[in-house]
Design a protein around this ligand. Sequence first.
Ligand code: FES
Ligand SMILES: [Fe+2]
Length: 359
Amino acid sequence: MTVSIATPSAQPLHAEPRPTTFPLDQWYVAALGWELKDKPIGRTLLNKSVVLFRTADGQVAALENRCCHRALPLSDGTLEPRGIRCGYHGLLFDGQGKCIEIPGQDKIPSKALVPAWHVRERDRIVWMWFGSEAHPEPTHEPPTYEFHSNGEYVYDGDVYHYDAPWQLIHDNLMDLSHLGYVHLRTIGGNASIHMNAQMKVEQEGDTVRVIRHMPGSEPPPTYVAAYPFKGKADRWQQIEFMVNHLRIWTGAVDAGTDSLDDPSRGGFHMRGFHGITPETETTCHYFWSIATNPQQDHEAVKAKVVEQTAMTFEEDKVVIESQYRNLCQFGERSMIDIHVDAGANRARRVIQRLCQAPG
Ligand code: FES
Ligand SMILES: [Fe+2]
């Protein structure tokens, strides 16, 4: 039966979404594993409306968020041991999107199907493959993230929604010189130390790394709260950009003790996971976790580091959304580059190249 319904956009109900400007042959973060409990989550990712849920065997499913009967979002439904039940007329779908029950009707039409995406959960991060026309099937496995599973670190995290395009978050994370201005209450410290950090930018394929060393720094409030520094500290920031996420390793040792080039250096460590996934061209989701290595009082130190990190990211959100509002207000105007932009600009070039040459 054909159902004709006027929609606000006057688009046909089955219209293809607009073409996107995102690299498609990538795994993107769709959720943090601990978000998926007893309720489905509706989320738009790369302009696609998706419902995510965990099936009874613990697997994660990602289906189009539209019931194939009368189009209610499946995220308005409920989870059952065999799948997700639509909240309108009760059709039940399994994790592959196949309708397995129609209340009051024995025969299930073969077309009673909801499209499903490839989804994988690794180290408590849920990844989804969108795929180009050339590669609808995944060409590789999603990344592992050892700091969620190696037992040396304690961690927690959250997801923030941003009214700003994803690349503004990349810019922010690739250039941590802003710490001395934006994050004075938490991980900041002296602005001139951040602006004058010894900085190295490296690139290997589509991975861009920014390494910054700040010897002889005053440890900032978050560090002092989490670790017994004796006085000044030698700080480092190591930022690794990949198209679908960033890994940021920051920390400090007591000044003049371990070398900042020693990969097994001691001191206070924070390992940040930052999964930035476009929602639309102008909005995005920011999935983050922070892992740390307390010497003692594990739970109390973790709680402190997570709380301070959340405060830090809220500070970033205020700045980035304000920046984006102004970019919209002033329109296409040229901007100048300064020395701290080298890493962010390289990351932008990686995305630009992947968008031009998909597949
Ligand atoms: S709209 Fe889903 S069962 Fe009718
Ligand atoms: Fe920041």
